[in-house]
Design a protein around this ligand. Structure first.
Ligand code: FES
Length: 77
């Protein structure tokens, strides 16, 4: 599956393995995403998913073959 991350004005598309959260995928790709607790409490890792849903990326797994995770949009709202 593929995930496109939007963070700090940059778009990065990566190939992801199943079973990893969006945060894990971003960290593996060295995107340096925002995060803190990694346990779903703080909200620092929030991003907007391609379907418009606001998600905590440390707790959310990809559900289809392609996703867009927009950190910039979450920071603006
Ligand atoms: S890093 Fe705290 S909620 Fe995800």
């Amino acid at each position: 599956m593929k995930v496109k991350f939007i963070w700090q004005g940059q778009e990065t598309e990566v190939e992801a393995e199943e079973g990893h959260t969006f945060l894990d995928i971003a960290l593996i790709a060295k995107i340096s995403p925002p995060y803190s607790c990694t346990e779903g409490h703080c909200g620092t890792c929030e991003a907007i998913l391609d379907n418009g849903e606001r998600v905590r990326t440390c707790q959310t797994l990809p559900r289809s073959d392609f996703h867009i995770i927009d950190y910039d949009k979450a920071q603006r709202n």
